[in-house]
Design a protein around this ligand. Structure first.
Ligand SMILES: Nc1ncnc2c1ncn2[C@@H]1O[C@H](COP(=O)(O)OP(=O)(O)OP(=O)(O)O)[C@@H](O)[C@H]1O
Ligand SMILES: [Mg+2]
Length: 239
């Protein structure tokens, strides 16, 4: 089966510095693919390249067989590839309601359908419903991530790119957040997940890619990765 999203020997970088070196990643439809690796390995850069935020130097990115690279971030998003950046991507000055309304509006749906989706979203994240008129910037870290996930969900994504949504959160909150991510997967959303908390990432992922210095050093199922030595050496920075 061809991958829904495919990175084919992607090379890219910043200025003159090459960061990703012929990186190939295949993301099957409906799967959760984890990108793992130590700080600076190129995980965020990979997501940025997919999202159209960083031009490729060489290689191709395809969505459903069609070229995705060379398109603007806006075009990539409107084709259903939506990124939740490390900084969360919410409007801190707006209320929860208005944050959700902005995303729902961007989906160009009929009003009735927008309202129905919003309602479903609040059923998935009841904590947001309880805080609907609160300013988003005053939500707790975990609640802000739930809001970021809901906003992404309202745009009806094909592929969600999640960059360390657990950052700075307590383990119990991370646990809840990952249950929500698992819920999104059950809804059929394909997910590319960058994560430092290995346990959660490995539990959720169907396939993982280990990156070291902008190269893939392992690709396979989580069990295989746990059994292999490459994990320790990579996280110790040896790989
Ligand atoms: N805007 C930028 N300009 C120049 N170099 C950058 C820029 N962003 C990232 N880099 C460099 O690219 C390399 C990969 O960075 P990237 O942010 O992709 O790593 P990462 O795997 O996401 O790390 P972390 O786990 O710390 O988030 C690093 O060496 C970093 O210094
Ligand atoms: Mg990063």
């Amino acid at each position: 089966m061809p991958a829904l999203l495919e990175l084919d020997r992607v090379t890219a970088g910043y200025g003159k510095v090459e960061v990703l070196h012929e990186l190939s990643v295949a993301v099957p439809a409906g799967s959760v693919v984890a990108l793992l690796g130590s700080n600076g390995a190129g995980k965020t850069t990979t997501l940025r390249a997919i999202a159209g935020l960083l031009p490729l130097w060489r290689g191709r990115i395809r969505l459903e067989g069609e070229r995705l690279d060379g398109r603007s971030a806006f075009e990539v998003a409107s084709r259903g590839v939506v990124m939740i950046p490390e900084g969360r991507g919410i409007f801190p000055g707006l209320s929860v309601r208005d944050n959700l309304a902005v995303s729902a509006h961007a989906s160009h749906r009929q009003r009735s359908e927008r309202e129905e989706r919003l309602e479903r979203c609040l059923e998935t994240f009841p904590r947001l419903g309880e805080r609907i008129d609160q300013r988003a910037g005053t939500l707790s870290g975990g609640e802000q991530q739930m809001l970021a996930l809901s906003r992404a969900l309202l745009t009806d994504p094909k592929v969600l790119l999640l960059d360390e949504i657990s950052m700075g959160l307590a383990p119990t909150i991370v646990e809840q957040l990952f249950e929500h991510v698992d819920g999104l997967r059950r809804l059929g959303v394909t997910i590319v997940l960058v994560e430092q908390y290995l346990t959660y990432a490995l539990r959720l992922a169907d396939i993982c890619y280990l990156l070291a210095k902008g190269r893939v050093t392992f690709a396979g199922e989580p069990d295989e990765l746990v059994d292999s030595e490459v994990l320790t050496s990579s996280y110790l920075g040896v790989g």
